[in-house]
Design a protein around this ligand. Sequence first.
Ligand SMILES: [Ca+2]
Ligand SMILES: [Ca+2]
Length: 144
Amino acid sequence: MGEKIKLFGVGKDTHIGSINNWINQNNGMVNADVSPFLTWSDWSASQRVLFVLDKDGLLRYQQNISGGINDSVYNLIEELMDEIENTVFGDINQDGVVNIVDIVQTVNMVLGTIPTDSLADVNNDGLVNIVDIVSLVNIILGNN
Ligand SMILES: [Ca+2]
Ligand SMILES: [Ca+2]
């Protein structure tokens, strides 16, 4: 499995000269949003806003941290890590077991008959395809 937590910053490219201020002298990953700052606009961002997304990419928290980071963020991050730990690898329909139903659901995603879910990207390559179906079969057969 990949990293549990990813942190990255987004700033306006017109302020790239202040990148040391963005990342506070560390090697944090940043993305410079170019004019007309569509990412910035899409997220209704302003300076120093922290967004926390869950493993499904859903926004779980948003706060301006100019005055510091609220303690509840740390609790939320622990909760989100627990959600990841409690996820059964290959359990596409999230019923707690990996079986033929998960394969059928993934086949339907590959065929385009149901929307793709990132859970079905079993080998974590960004695609849901036959390789993930093979990976599921191997999980069920205990060959992984
Ligand atoms: Ca399942
Ligand atoms: Ca995949």
